[in-house]
Design a protein around this ligand. Sequence first.
Ligand code: FES
Length: 145
Amino acid sequence: MPARRSHRCQDLDVHAVAAECDVRRLATGLAGRVSKTYEVLLLPSGWRFPVGPDTPVLRAAKAAGLRLPSSCRNGSCRACLCKMASGTVTYRIEWPGVASDEQADGWVLPCVAHAESDLVLLVPQAERLAPAEPAVRQQLTGARR
Ligand code: FES
């Protein structure tokens, strides 16, 4: 006959199992949220920058100090339209301004495109952004006490 355990020990076991379940649920949730970073290679410049899946390619380029052609930045004007030599992107807007046959030919809109893999983009108009000028202190003018 198995030894009877006290109610206190049984309660501790129940709490330990519940805590372990909480930890597993938390770990599973965090694993689903860990996002991978991809690399974008611009041609013909050869410049590279990282992009996470939650950041549009155009914004990631700017964060890396690179300017790609753009205007509306909402996927409608096509000013940023460029050819993707390799990689996969996805759009989170319902109607990106690039037709499905154009997408099949490799045309993408970096302003609303989210990387799903490393990308190679043909963007001959890409430029390096000038480094920010240091702030200049100016004398205040006007009445002072
Ligand atoms: S900037 Fe207008 S579609 Fe990309």
